[in-house]
Design a protein around this ligand. Structure first.
Ligand code: NDP
Length: 329
C-alpha cells in the first residue's frame, strides 16, 4: 500500500506548535484524480497566516497546509485527458494541501508545465508572479514606459514586480527597509531590473523627481501599509492609483486628504484568491502562458530562497517567520 507523508494541523495557532507530521495510506485514485509526487512547495506569508487562523478563508480542520507547489505525475484516473504519468504539474488553486510528499489532486487544480521550467519557478508560480502580473495589468496602463513605485520591493512578490516591469519596459522605483547589507540588496534588485532602489529614509528626501531624473509614478504597489505607504502616496502623480496587496507592517494605510482632493489619487486592494474566483478561463490561460514563457526565457527567475528537506519542515516554517539575507547576483 502506498503511504503518503504530510504535514497537517488540527487547531489554529503558532505554526511551530500546531503543524504536525503524519504518514497515511493514499486512498484509491478516482476517475477524475491524479496521483502526484511533490517535488517542492514554498512557505508563503499566507500559509503562515492561514495556520494562525488569521487568513479570511474557510477551512475545515484537520487540514494539510500549502497553497502551491510542483510535482511529477505518477498515475492518472481513467477519465483524465491531457495529463500523463511523467508530466510535471503545478497546483493552480489554493487550499489543496501541497505540503506532502505524495498526494491525490483533482485534475482541474493541476496544470502541466514544461520540463525546462526551473523547480523554484514552477513551485512558486501561482501566487507571487500572478499577483505581480495582475497588479501591473488591471489598474493602470503602465506598459508604455510609465513609472511604477512599490514598497517591500525585496519581497518575493516585489522581486517578481521588478522582473515583469523590466520585461515589459516599465520603469520601477523600489523602496526597501534599510539594513547593514543594503548595498548588496540594492545591487541584487538592480540586477533583476530595478530602475531605482531607495531605502524608506532615502525616499523621504529624494530629489529624483525634482531633478526630473524620472517621471512621477502613476501606479503604487503597497506591500507594507502604515508610514511606508503614506510616504509612497506623496510621490504619486495626479490621478495615480495605489494598490494594497500586503500589510507586512500591520499598520493601517492613512490617506492624506490632499491626495484625494487635489490629486484625485484612488486606492484599491488586490487579492489573488478573489481574482481567481471571478476570472474567465481565457484570462487565466493567458496569464499562465505569459508567465511560463517569461520564466522559460529566464526573464523571470524565482525569489531568493532556501531549499529545506521535507522532514526539516520546522526549519522552513521558522525561516518564513523571520527575514532572510541577500547576496549579489
Ligand atoms: P516575503 O516573505 O517574500 O517578503 C516579505 C516582505 O515584507 C519583505 O520585503 C520584508 O522586508 C517586508 N517586511 C516584513 N515586515 C515588515 C515591516 N514591519 N515593515 C516593512 N516591511 C516589512 O513575502 P511575499 O512576497 O511572499 O508576500 C509579501 C506580502 O504580500 C505578504 O503580506 C503577502 O501576504 C502578500 N501577498 C498578497 C497577495 C494577494 O493576493 N493580496 C498575493 C501574494 C502575496 P525586510 O527584508 O525588510 O524584512
Amino acid at each position: 500500500n502506498l503511504m503518503s507523508k504530510s504535514l497537517y494541523y488540527s487547531e489554529f495557532g503558532d505554526p511551530l506548535n500546531v503543524v504536525k507530521f503524519r504518514e497515511m495510506e493514499v486512498p484509491p485514485l478516482k476517475s477524475q484524480e491524479v496521483l502526484v509526487r511533490m517535488l517542492a512547495a514554498p512557505v508563503n506569508p499566507a500559509d503562515i497566516n492561514t495556520i494562525q487562523g488569521k487568513y479570511p478563508v474557510k477551512i475545515a480542520l484537520p487540514v494539510i497546509p500549502g497553497n502551491e507547489g510542483v510535482g511529477v505525475v505518477e498515475e492518472v484516473g481513467s477519465e483524465v485527458k491531457n495529463i500523463c504519468a511523467g508530466n510535471r504539474v503545478i497546483v493552480t488553486e489554493p487550499m489543496q494541501g501541497t505540503w506532502r510528499d505524495i498526494g491525490v489532486f483533482g485534475k482541474d487544480v493541476l496544470r502541466v508545465v514544461p520540463d525546462e521550467l526551473g523547480l523554484v519557478e514552477a513551485a512558486t508560480l501561482t501566487v507571487n508572479p500572478c499577483t505581480a502580473y495582475r497588479m501591473l495589468t488591471d489598474f493602470k496602463n503602465v506598459r508604455n514606459g510609465q513609472v511604477v513605485i512599490q514598497n517591500g520591493a525585496n519581497s518575493a512578490c516585489g522581486q517578481n514586480v521588478i522582473q515583469i516591469c523590466k520585461a515589459w519596459g516599465i520603469k520601477n522605483i523600489n523602496i526597501v527597509r534599510n539594513r547593514p547589507e543594503i548595498k548588496d540588496l540594492k545591487r541584487y534588485l538592480e540586477c533583476l531590473g530595478a530602475t531605482y532602489v531607495l531605502t524608506e529614509e532615502e525616499l523621504r528626501t529624494t530629489t529624483l523627481f525634482k531633478e526630473k531624473q524620472i517621471a512621477k509614478p502613476i501606479l503604487a504597489l503597497n506591500c507594507v501599509g502604515g508610514k511606508s505607504a503614506l510616504e509612497v502616496v506623496r510621490y504619486l502623480e495626479k490621478t495615480g492609483v495605489m494598490v494594497t496587496y500586503g500589510a507586512m507592517s500591520r499598520d493601517p494605510v492613512t490617506i492624506p486628504n490632499s491626495a484625494l482632493i487635489f490629486k484625485d489619487i484612488s486606492f484599491h486592494g488586490f487579492w489573488m484568491t478573489a481574482w481567481k474566483e471571478k476570472a474567465s478561463m481565457d484570462e487565466k490561460e493567458k496569464m499562465m502562458a505569459d508567465i511560463v514563457s517569461l520564466m522559460c526565457e529566464k526573464k523571470l527567475v524565482g525569489p531568493v530562497h532556501k531549499m529545506v528537506k521535507f522532514e526539516k519542515y520546522e526549519e522552513a516554517v521558522g525561516n518564513a517567520l523571520s527575514s532572510k539575507g541577500f547576496t549579489g547576483c
